[in-house]
Every structure is written in C-alpha cells, then in structure tokens.
Design a protein around this ligand. Sequence first.
Ligand code: ADP
Ligand code: ZN
Length: 541
Amino acid sequence: MLAQTAPSATDPLRILADVFGYAAFRGAQAEIVDHVIGGGDALVLMPTGGGKSLCYQVPAIARHRAGAGVALVVSPLIALMHDQVGALEEAGVHAAFLNSSLDGRDAERVERELTSGRLVLLYAAPERIASPRFLAQLDSLHARGLLSLFAIDEAHCVSQWGHDFREDYLNLDVLHTRYPGVPRVALTATADALTRADIVERLQLEDARVFISSFDRPNIRYAVVEKDNARAQLLRFIGDEHEGDAGIVYCQSRKKVDETAAWLNAEGIPALAYHAGLDADVRRRHQDRFLREEGIVMVATIAFGMGIDKPDVRFVAHLDLPKNIEAYYQETGRAGRDGLAADAWMAYGLADVVNQRRMIDESPAGEEFKRGQRAKLDALLALAEAHDCRRVRLLAYFGEPSTPCKPHQNACDNCLQPPATWDATEAARMALSGVYRFHQHSGKRFGAGHLIDVLRGKATEKVSQNGHQGLSTFGIGAGIAEPEWRAVLRQLIALGHLRAEGEYNTLELTETSREVLRGGVPILLRRPSATAGRGSRGVRR
Ligand code: ADP
Ligand code: ZN
C-alpha cells in the first residue's frame, strides 16, 4: 500500500467516528475490519442487523485512502444498493452502483468514475460479474493496482441448499481466479453448516478466516401455538400483546395475504398487503407506509423483507409454516432490530405439515435436492413440536451451543411455561395399526379425520358405509381425545412415520412405520392445552 496520507486517516476507529458517527465497533467488527485492511480473506457469519456493512465499508475507505483504489461490493438487493450508496455519498464517501435500474447513460457515467479510480465503493449486481465488458474494466483497474477489495454480500445465494439460490453467484469465483491477490470478504446471515461449506467451496474461500457471531437474538421471544382458528388466534395475539405496534404477518399464498389484510382492517387493525402479484407501485407505496407510519401491520408473502431495515418491528407472526429453519430465522429476525423486546409468533397445525411435505414431493426438482429439502423441513418441524427451549434448538441448528433461556433474555414459550407432556408411544402404534387395517380390509386409504373417528369408535356414516366398525382398531383409542389424536398424527407425519398423499391427504405407511409399530420409537408429545390458542405469554394480560 502507498502511504499517501497521514496514518490517522486510515485508522479504522477514526473512520468509524468521522464517517459513520459511531464511537465503537460492535462484536467482531473490529477484528474483521483489521483482518481485511491487512489484506486477508474473510467469511463473516453475522445475524441480520448485526452490522455486516461496516465490515467492508470501513476497510474499503481505509484502503482507498492508502491508494489501493475501489472496493467492489456484489449484492443482489437493488433497494439496499440505493440506500447504502445514498448514505455513503451523504457521509462524503464517493460510491455508486451498477444494476438493471440504471439507463445506459447513467451506467456509462458510473463506468467512467470506476475507471478513473476515484470511486471508493462500487455496488454491482451479481450478473455484472459475468459480463466481459465489466471484467475488462476490472482488468484495467487491477493492472493499475486499483482494485482494493471484493465484498460478496448475501453470500448464501451461492448455495443451492438455501432458499435464495442465485445462478449468477456461481460465477463469482472468477473474482478469485482472475484477481488472486485482492482480498475478499463474503458475508451472510445464513449459516447452517451445509450452507457454510457450500460458500467456502464455491467461492474458493478455503483460506479465509471465518468470523462467526452469535446468532442469538436475546430480545426475541419465540412462541409456537397450535393452530385452531389461526385468524382468531392472531387477532388475540395482536390485541393482547401488540396493540398499536408495527408487525409483519407472513402467509404462504397471495390470496391468504389479501384476505388476512382485509380481515385485520375490518377488525380495526391497520394492515397492508404485500406480495409479488401486486403492482410494483402498490408494493412500493405499502412498503413506504410500513416504514414511515407507526403501528402498521404488513401482511405478506416471503416476497417481503429482504433488505427491509425497520428497527421497531415489534412482532413477526407466521400463519403458515415457513420452508425451513433458515427462512424462519431470517423472517423472525426482522423483529426487534432496535434491541427492544419483540415477539416471533407462529401458529402451526397438521395441514401445515401436510402442505409443506406435498410441496416438496410435487416440485419438479431432482431426488437429491428433495431429500435435502425434506431434511430441512424435518428440522423445522422438530422445532415446532419441541417441548424444550426453542432458542437452544434454533441456535443448535446453526451449530451454536447454548443454554435454555435466562431471565435477561425474552424467554421462549417453553421456558416460560414448560408444557405438559404425555407418552404417546402406544397411541402412535394404534394410529399406524389403524392405517394398516384400512389397507388390509379393502386396499383403500383414508384421511386423518376418518382414522380418528375409527380409533375413537365413532359410528359415523362413513364408518358404516365402509364396514369399519368391524375392524379390530375400531374404538381402541376411545380414551384419547381428538386434539391429542391430531397431535399424534401431526407428529407421525412430521417425523416421516406416516405420509399424507393425494388430493384428499389420505394416509399411508412409510418405510419407518414398522419400527414404530414394534414399539421401538418412544414418542413424547406436548399435551394440547386449553391455553394453546393464547399468545406467547400463555395467560391473558
Ligand atoms: P446487517 O447488514 O448485518 O443486517 P447493517 O450493516 O445493516 O446490518 O447494520 C445494522 C444497523 O446497525 C445499521 O443501522 C448500522 O448503522 C448499525 N450499526 C452497525 N455497526 C454499528 C456500530 N459499530 N455502532 C453503532 N451502530 C452500528
Ligand atoms: Zn427457551
């Protein structure tokens, strides 16, 4: 590096204070910044809101002041590029972006700034990196020693296991093969072991130092309630605990988003809808109102959220099960970014399990991919069904050992009020025998509702039509109430010991059913309680 300026001008703490107005680095930031300024590669795993941006912005400024030229930041988020470039320019740091939102003339202007070497940071969409024209510009900068740093934001997009896979990320290894001496920092808030390994391999980051921050969000209270009447449960949750607060409600389908938003409004809760089926300007308007006004509830599909930085979101509610734990963590992570108490609340039921399983089964993806998706879903289902600390389970998924919620944390539902459990091993055997007897009797399959009627010995029309009162399983489970039966079936499907198939979700045994029938799989369930529908505090305030 050329020392053209006074040493203090490249001092990270000075830059932090003078440019960004902050007094101190947070967590691992200082170490990361030093490492990258020194020319090392880094893989930064930090939860959303942890402060990843400064990890490359401060080194970019320091290295530029030392004469090392421009830092290239690869990001898939156009809105985030706009915001960050605006904020940097405001702070007197020369920055620009190249993405599909620029017209030809503006893009040329940015390219001129780039080749001049005056830019401190250039944000670019990943597809740029594949363009020969753009690479030629980087070549020219590199030849003049004016490529200071590569930052690869949202690095999990390179992993096909993740929910945000982007084809263009696969090309980013060119940055290393073509410019091996330029330091790289890859950043992500998604960090399960599989994704992490993928990032290292595909971006050739074997020599990078890995910085893992704790993924714990101590101010978030995690709670899962059994779905009974999800809308009413949501209304009670908001009414009891979040009157007047800003929040996000995630639903799976556009239709449900529209309906839920309309219904909340009718119930006196100001709500807006957001999904990919709405016009771009409606979406923008809704997003702006959510960011600017107070106490708006955004009802949305997963199309909403990436790059949304609203600090005072007081709750994130899921009316449908997310795809996997990373998605759950990302989505719930949008709550409480200001560090104050916030809720992650989810209503979950049998239909969620069946739907998610079916979406995987029916997707056109290959078998191996589906296996991966199923394993990820299973982990989420285990979290939803858990009767011990949800925080511990969540962090364990990201490879982080922890202990159950402590008083200074916003304790999860299970820690706050340990649920009663019951040994459902015998009931699980009865249920699977019930499915087996149906098949043996007529070769036909039936759904959960009918199975429960048979097990409980209810003489319905369907029972007599099929002659099912004559089965040896008829009435063997009369002593177990219907909600408990539903929990047993949900758990069996969640664990893969039972499968719901076809248009009517008829039940079928799986490869592992036999083991349960033998009694070799102990099954402990949370007892559905009268308070199941209540908010996360378990009692009304
Ligand atoms: P991430 O990209 O990890 O989600 P950001 O980089 O957007 O997080 O940072 C989240 C918020 O925290 C921003 O408002 C940022 O200005 C603030 N922040 C980051 N680092 C610091 C720090 N050292 N001191 C004070 N505020 C910080
Ligand atoms: Zn807990």
